[in-house]
Design a protein around this ligand. Structure first.
Ligand code: PA5
Length: 426
């Protein structure tokens, strides 16, 4: 299992003894837990240290949900939502209802119509709710949970509590207190793992397992990545190479990164990546703004801007080497659509050509590019990729001298809302 990195320029030109020294310092500071934000470095060795007992408990709970429910509603926002959403979307086969349990997300926005329709949709179906909030105080999921909790109590009466599972902090927060008071089953978000780095904890694993995917393989992929990327060799560590490329591009005025993918199934993985890098790096007036495009769709939309708009962008293609299913274009007796020149070409091969053609056109237009290639899409490779991004993100932020693990900027809008709505303490 491997991840390869390509760059439109010569990577080795970017390397220097000073950079190597800096990377070594970052590595040592992370290892000795003396880097900024070290209280949140628990994700670093989590894949190799997650207990068998916890994995079994998550699997047993997921199997119980699957045998007693038609629908699992997962309530959460940000890091308490995007990891499981990304993995479930990446692993689900389009148009194939391959599973008896449907996972539906709520609380990631505040929308009366959505919640009303959701409550109507689940009527008559057997329901379990997993509410996830590390802090236990985030308003958007708390609002959704209030509606869902009232629904569950009206619907299931005294057995409602056995269909509500809470994933939250071990020691504090309103959600934790409510769970204890009501006797809900609880999973813990470890103290030293922040929301956007929590996909391999119960935050991500319970919804993913309930959706029918193999969390043991997912963790095995992450563990492999922990071994492969846990060193600071700037020549042979793709996570470090990606971080170094981003730093150099950032310093040369390329402050917008566009993650491009040809796989629709990876759309939410792009969303997860945007949160990971945006919230980790965008501080102290520094950082790269992460954005994403889906090709070919966006070649007929944002493609114009990328080719020819302001020159502060670079593009990172996320490519998949082997895909599970494909079609080949066949010769037609009637060449009215003038496509016989493509006969014999598979659609995956078309996308490979499209990647090269697009990357070169955009480069000619002044947009440098990076290509990250994974072998295939399955639990193991997705686990590997997610850990790769976390490691690259930590190095990227540290190279900019930023704490990757806090998000002070998220508080400003919340304070305004609380003041405007006259929340008691405000
Ligand atoms: O990465 C983070 O820490 C954030 O994006 C949080 O996940 C998000 O704000 C939700 O927080 P909580 O899980 O406390 O409800």
């Amino acid at each position: 299992m491997d991840i390869t990195i390509g760059f439109s320029d010569d990577y080795t030109q970017l390397l220097s003894p000073e950079l190597e020294k800096r990377l070594e310092t970052i590595y040592n500071d992370m290892k000795s837990k003396t880097a900024f934000g070290s209280d949140y470095l628990g994700w670093l060795n989590w894949p190799s240290s997650i207990s068998q007992e916890l994995l079994e408990e998550i699997k047993t709970t997921a199997n119980h949900i699957r045998s007693t429910s038609d629908v699992l509603i997962v309530i959460g926002i940000g890091g308490s939502y995007l990891g499981s959403k990304a993995v479930i979307e990446a692993l689900s086969i389009p148009f194939e209802k391959n599973d008896s349990l449907e996972v539906i997300f709520a609380g990631h926005s505040v929308n009366g119509s959505y919640l009303k329709k959701l409550l109507k949709y689940i009527d008559g179906k057997e329901v379990t709710v997993n509410v996830i909030s590390k802090s236990g105080t985030t308003t958007e999921p708390a609002i959704a949970f209030r509606f869902l909790r009232q629904y569950m109590e009206n619907r299931y009466g005294s057995s409602a509590a056995s269909r509500i599972i809470v994933t939250t902090d071990q020691e504090k927060g309103a959600l934790r207190s409510l769970a204890i008071e009501q006797g809900y089953k609880r999973f813990v978000v470890p103290n030293d793992i922040g929301g956007r780095y929590s996909v391999f904890t119960a935050v991500g694993l319970l919804p993913i397992a309930a959706a029918g995917f193999n969390i043991i393989e997912l963790i095995a992929g992450a563990k492999k990545a922990e071994e492969q990327f846990g060193h600071f060799d700037m020549h042979n560590n793709p996570a470090i190479q990606y971080a170094v490329l981003r730093k150099r591009l950032h310093d040369n005025g390329y402050i917008i990164e566009i993650m491009a993918s040809f796989e629709e199934r990876l759309k939410y993985l792009q969303e997860w990546w945007k949160q990971l890098f945006g919230e980790s790096e965008g501080k102290n007036k520094k950082g790269i703004f992460p954005s994403s495009v889906q090709y070919s769709t966006d070649l007929h939309s944002l493609g114009q801007y990328i080719q020819d708009g302001q020159r502060n962008l670079f593009e990172t293609f996320l490519m998949v080497k082997n895909i599970d299913e494909d079609l080949t274009i066949l010769e037609s007796n009637n060449n009215g659509d003038e496509l016989n020149y493509l006969s014999g070409l598979s659609l995956h091969a078309f996308n490979k050509v499209c990647h090269e053609a697009t990357a070169n056109a955009h480069l000619d237009g002044g947009v440098p590019h990076i290509t990250i290639t994974i072998d295939q899409i399955d639990e193991m490779h997705i686990g590997h990729l997610l850990y790769f991004y976390m490691m690259a993100c930590a190095y990227s932020a540290y190279l900019l001298e930023i704490n990757p693990f806090d998000q002070p900027g998220v508080e400003a809008y919340k304070t305004n809302i609380f003041k405007m709505l006259k929340k008691p303490v405000y």
